[in-house]
Design a binder for this molecule. Structure first.
Ligand SMILES: [Zn+2]
Length: 66
């Protein structure tokens, strides 16, 4: 199973995407209200093992019972 993830350049960590602006842990990856083609290109589908953010992983598991 692969999930939408985004690499945040400030910490260089892979997070799981929640919506068009935020990750599951609440970190913002898109500061604009519009979602552009280049934003879409940042999103990569990866396995849960490849996600770096521990908070994203914990919250994701709680929400989706993985
Ligand atoms: Zn995160």
């Amino acid at each position: 199973m692969h999930y939408p993830t985004v690499l945040l350049s400030n910490t260089n960590e892979m997070h799981i995407v929640k919506d068009e602006q935020t990750c599951i842990c609440g970190e913002k990856y898109n500061y604009f209200s519009t979602f552009t083609r280049s934003d879409l290109r940042k999103i990569k589908f990866k396995k849960l093992d490849e996600v770096d953010c521990p908070l994203c992983k914990v919250l994701f598991k709680n929400d989706y019972q993985v």
